[in-house]
Design a protein around this ligand. Structure first.
Ligand code: BTN
Length: 246
C-alpha cells in the first residue's frame, strides 16, 4: 500500500499511538498495526479486548481538509470497506448495525472507532481505528467481552492469514475513501442501507439514560440514523448513541 506502516508487538492502543505520532510531527497518511493492545479503546468509553497475535488492531491516520462534509458518514463508509474485506475472506453473511458495528449471526466480528484531532470545521486529522476478530477462539482471560462475539476463524473453521486480510482491507479502504472524498456519503447511502441488518426493525436507541423507541427508516446523507418515532421522522447522529432491537 501507499502508506508507511508501523507494526508494533505491543502498544496501549493503536489509535492513541497514531495520534502520538501526529503530535510528534509525523505526516499522514500513516498506518499503525499492533500484535497486542494493553488498553484497546472501544466506543462509548468501553475497552476492546486485544489478545496477542490473534486479531487485527489497525489504525489509519488521515488528514481531512474538506471541512465537515469530509467527515460526514465517514465511519459508515469504513464499515462498507470492512464488509467487502470480510466477503473477500469468505465471510458472506456479515451485516452492519448503525453506526458501525459488523455482526455475523447477531455476534460482533469487528468494530470501528474514529478519533479526531484538530478543528473539524477546518483542517483536521482523523484516525480510523479498526478491530477485527480474526483467529480468536476463546475470550481472553481477564479481558471480559461484554457482548456476543465471533471471529473469522470461528465462522470459516480454519486459521486465517492476517497479512492477507490487512492487504484486502487496505485496498477496500482506499477504494471507499476515494468514493467518499469525491462524491460524499450520499453516493454510498443506499448501498449502506442494503447491508443494514436492522433496516425496518423496531429499535430502542439509548442516548444517555434516555431510550427512544422507533422504527428504522434508514440513514440520511450525513450518515445520521432516521427513525420513525410515534408517526414522525426523527434524525439522530453522534457517536455516543447505541441501538438495540426492541
Ligand atoms: C467498538 O467499540 O466497536 C470500536 C472498537 C474499535 C477497536 C479498534 S482496535 C484498533 C483501534 N485502536 C483502539 O484502541 N481501538 C481501535
Amino acid at each position: 500500500c501507499s502508506y508507511p506502516v508501523t507494526l508494533l508487538q505491543q502498544v496501549d492502543s493503536t489509535n492513541a499511538e497514531a495520534l502520538r505520532r501526529l503530535s510528534s510531527g509525523a505526516t499522514p497518511p500513516l498506518l499503525v498495526i499492533a500484535e497486542q493492545q494493553t488498553a484497546g479503546r472501544g466506543r462509548r468509553g468501553r475497552r476492546w479486548a486485544s489478545p496477542f497475535g490473534e486479531n487485527l488492531y489497525y489504525s489509519l491516520l488521515l488528514r481531512v481538509s474538506g471541512g465537515m462534509r469530509q467527515l460526514e458518514g465517514l465511519s459508515l463508509v469504513v464499515g462498507l470497506a470492512l464488509l467487502d474485506a470480510l466477503r473477500e475472506a469468505g465471510v458472506n453473511e456479515a451485516g452492519l448495525k448503525w453506526p458501525n458495528d459488523l455482526l455475523v449471526g447477531g455476534r460482533k466480528i469487528a468494530g470501528i472507532l474514529l478519533e479526531l484531532s484538530g478543528d473539524p470545521a477546518d483542517v483536521c486529522h482523523v484516525v480510523l481505528g479498526i478491530g477485527v476478530n480474526i483467529n480468536m477462539r476463546v475470550a481472553p482471560s481477564g479481558d471480559a467481552i461484554d457482548q456476543p462475539w465471533t471471529s473469522l476463524r470461528q465462522i470459516l473453521g480454519e486459521q486465517v492469514d492476517r497479512n492477507q486480510f490487512v492487504t484486502s482491507l487496505t485496498r477496500q479502504l482506499e477504494r471507499y475513501l476515494d468514493m467518499h472524498r469525491l462524491r460524499g456519503f450520499a453516493s454510498l447511502r443506499e448501498q449502506w442501507e442494503e447491508s443494514h441488518l436492522w433496516q425496518g426493525c423496531l429499535v430502542s436507541l439509548a442516548a444517555g439514560s434516555q431510550a427512544i423507541k422507533g422504527r428504522v427508516l434508514g440513514v440520511d446523507d450525513t450518515g445520521a440514523l432516521r427513525l420513525e418515532v410515534e408517526g414522525r421522522e426523527q434524525v439522530f447522529s453522534g457517536g455516543e448513541l447505541s441501538l438495540r432491537l426492541h
